[in-house]
Design a protein around this ligand. Structure first.
Ligand code: AMP
Ligand code: GLY
Length: 424
């Protein structure tokens, strides 16, 4: 089989690495990929951007691609899955309509309200005046969110009226997020602990994947600016069996049937970002794709075939499909470039020594290769991921292996997985 993965981050490296392990897979192409995907056995990078739908289609036709997995949200929100699917290319990823769950916060919040999915109380504002008026009576702290995709930066947590007003001025007047800020969601600030719940969905069938927990803030103890995610581990003990059942009943199943009702049945990875407090769950957001960095530890634990799972979903055979997991725990620590999530430098050469431990894997994210030298090319540069018989060992293995990597300005959080130890 010939597989094409779309994207270039750590998530796509992990997906490509996993697909390449399948004995039925001859080649895995990654468009455009990174320096790490280029180094994998059976994996080749293809210099096509995820936004170039026609070139991707031509590539699929020329190479006889049997499965496309779309990694990031932007091409999904732009309708790549519809475009390739309409031409008969087996494509794993939601339609443009269904991807609005991530692509538009107002779409998502109105959907939650309509289908009684628990979430923070909210209002939608279409201009600065109405936002300011709402804020005068709102309880603080409060959360201001740009409606559209903003590369993880469109959520602003505000402690008082002045901060909230400034956030709205930034979005509506200074156009900080361009058209993504044509509308704003203002919502109640939630407290509790976050977890990621990711499933494979195909119409009215669903297979939940292993649970995980991300670490969104840049610094230890969840301090500092929000990032795309500084590390993740799986399983997440905070999702107990009874909470798992609650998430399925209150969030995943109503979303799945709600989307069918809206004429937008889902196909792909469906990711609910949850806030959990005293056994109660609320949805912070939906993503229409796998999480990054959650993919890295989760793929380390998936024992059955990812290719077969995606094909079963595409071919409406998810109900009779079974997947299996390693009982081991996995922990992934993101190695980031100085300055991230704000401005950071690119182009620093990276030194990587061999990792001796079989259960440890360095997934690349923001890397590129120039004349045989691997250089940094993004804010999140790597995710060092390791298995262990329990979370403590998985963490130890991941942190120990970090000494095999070095680049100018490298930093990472030292407490990835610490919350899981507390909940274990
Ligand atoms: P989102 O993109 O909506 O998931 O927001 C990104 C991050 O902002 C989340 O992972 C939370 O850490 C935080 N966040 C978003 N909405 C809220 C909220 N209503 N209350 C507290 N924190 C929030
Ligand atoms: N790790 C969070 C995300 O993928 O959105």
């Amino acid at each position: 089989m010939q597989i094409l993965i779309i994207g270039s981050g750590g998530r796509e490296h992990a997906l490509a690495w996993k697909c390449a392990q399948d004995i039925n897979v001859k080649n895995v192409y990654v468009a455009p990929g990174n320096a790490g995907t280029a180094l994998e056995c059976k994996v080749k990078n293809v210099p096509i951007e995820p936004s170039n739908q026609q070139l991707l289609l031509d590539f699929c036709n020329t190479r006889g691609i049997d499965l496309v997995i779309i990694g990031p949200e932007a091409p999904l929100v732009e309708g790549l899955a519809d475009f390739l699917g309409a031409q008969g290319v087996p494509t794993f990823g939601p339609s443009q309509h269904a991807a609005q769950l991530e692509g538009s916060k107002t779409f998502a919040k109105e959907f939650f309200a309509k289908y009684h999915i628990p979430t923070a109380a909210f209002v939608t504002c279409h201009n600065l005046e109405s936002a300011k008026q709402y804020l005068t009576t709102a309880k603080m702290p409060i959360v201001v969110k740009a409606d559209g995709l903003a590369a993880g930066k469109g959520v602003i947590i505000c402690n008082n009226y002045e901060e909230a007003e400034a956030a709205c001025v930034d979005i509506f007047e200074a156009r900080a997020f361009g058209d993504a800020g044509n509308k704003v969601v203002i919502e109640e600030f939630l407290t509790g602990e976050e977890a990621s719940f990711i499933a494979v969905v195909s119409g009215n069938s669903i297979i939940p994947l292993a649970t995980s927990q991300d670490h969104k803030a840049v610094g230890d103890n969840d301090e500092g600016l929000n990032t795309g995610g500084m590390g993740a581990y799986s399983p997440a003990p905070i999702i107990t069996d009874s909470l798992h059942q609650k998430v399925m009943e209150q969030v995943m199943l109503p979303t799945m049937t709600g989307l069918i009702n809206e004429g937008a049945p889902y196909l792909g990875f469906l990711y609910a970002g949850l806030m959990i407090e005293n056994g109660q769950i609320k949805v912070l957001e939906f993503n229409c794709r796998f999480g990054d960095p959650e993919t890295q530890p989760i793929m380390m634990r998936l024992q059955s075939s990812l290719v077969e799972l995606c094909l079963a979903a595409i071919n409406n055979k998810l109900d009779s499909h079974h997947i299996s997991w390693s009982p081991q725990h996995a922990c992934g620590v993101v190695l980031a470039a100085k300055g991230y999530p704000q401005d950071y430098q690119k182009g620093h050469p990276v030194k990587i020594a061999d990792i001796q431990n079989h259960g440890t894997k360095l997934f690349h994210a923001g890397t590129t290769e120039e004349k045989g030298i691997i250089k940094t090319n993004g804010g999140r540069v790597f995710c060092m991921t390791a298995l262990g018989e329990n979370l403590a060992t998985a963490r130890k293995n991941a942190y120990n292996a970090i000494s095999t990597v070095d680049f100018d300005g490298m930093f990472y959080r030292s407490d990835i997985g610490a919350k899981g130890l507390k909940n274990d």
